[in-house]
Ligand binder design. Structure first.
Ligand code: ADP
Ligand code: MG
Length: 277
């Protein structure tokens, strides 16, 4: 299938050697179930290459589930099933013959709770994902990659003299940026972030937001956030999810972030962005 021409931008030119340009993601009529419990109903959303898309909405409306369907992470959950398509640059990641590792390699993930390998060194945390890429790299290349990824995650200056210390010795905000560096080392084309700042203090949150802004155009970002100001600061487009009483979650409204916040078309969106529920 072809990507939606009117919504998927041409990818930007690769800024780094060896890196593929960011890819667009297109979710088409994605439904999800846990056992017989339907939690997502026909979600369709184009996430343009090189842009930041924010997913907002109350707890339990299926944002995390939707995010996990975008890199087949939900397959790790017993009894989770899915219908619909997720196109990565026009190719269905669920298509026959598409390998699971292929999707996960191109589509990285950062979670709410920072989860570096706590006893592994900062250096080894960054290169940890490389083993899944099947690419063998020299020590020199690894050194360069570690510096580049820590730099892009805004952490290099803070840790350059302590790369052999364990990841668990860092502060929460630093650990989250280490997780971003670890995700970037695999050179993903899309980075999924599930409430990456919920466990962080305001200063660390700002650092992560700066990182997201710098990443944009090199990597496509999809971020779940409960923080409206954050969505406004980092995203170009925004989707409002809702699961009304007894119904599965879905998108009520989506569009350019300033429009969604400034002139929402649906009353429920207006209520939500104004903090009325
Ligand atoms: P959000 O991220 O918007 O808070 P989730 O995607 O986590 O929402 O949850 C959507 C719905 O799916 C909720 O009703 C939740 O209880 C259910 N759910 C989430 N994870 C699981 C799971 N592993 N097993 C069963 N149900 C789940
Ligand atoms: Mg969630």
């Amino acid at each position: 299938a072809e990507p939606l021409k009117d919504t998927v931008k041409q990818p930007a030119v690769a800024a780094r050697p060896g890196a593929l340009p960011p890819a667009g993601l297109d979710a088409r009529a994605v439904s999800a179930w846990f056992g017989s419990h339907k939690v997502l109903d026909r979600v369709t959303l184009a996430m343009p290459a090189g842009e930041v898309t924010a997913l907002i909405g109350p707890s339990g409306c299926g944002k995390s589930t939707f995010l996990r369907t975008l890199n087949r992470m939900h397959e790790l959950i017993p009894a989770a099933t899915l219908a619909g398509e997720v196109l990565l640059d026009g190719e269905d990641i669920y298509g026959t013959g598409r390998r699971l590792t292929d999707a996960r390699r191109q589509i990285g993930m950062v979670f709410q709770k920072p989860n570096p390998f706590p006893t592994m060194s900062i250096y080894d945390n960054v290169v940890a994902g490389l083993q899944f890429t099947g690419v063998r790299v020299s020590r020199r290349t690894k050194d360069d990659l570690v510096e580049e990824c820590l730099n892009r995650a805004g952490l290099w200056k803070e840790v350059r003299d302590r790369l052999r210390q364990p990841g668990g010795a860092l502060s929460g905000g630093q650990q989250q940026r280490l997780c971003i560096a670890r995700a970037l080392a695999v050179r993903p084309r899309v980075l999924l972030m599930d409430e990456p700042c919920s466990a962080l203090d305001p200063t660390s949150t700002r650092r992560v937001e700066e990182t997201i802004l710098e990443l944009a155009s090199e990597v496509t970002v999809v971020i779940v956030t409960h923080n409206m100001q954050q969505a406004a600061r980092v995203s170009q487009q925004c989707a409002f999810f809702l699961a009304e009483q007894g119904t599965p979650g879905g998108i009520v409204e989506h569009g350019p972030t300033p429009a969604l916040f400034g002139s929402p078309q649906d009353e429920r969106t207006a209520d939500y962005v104004a903090g009325r529920f």
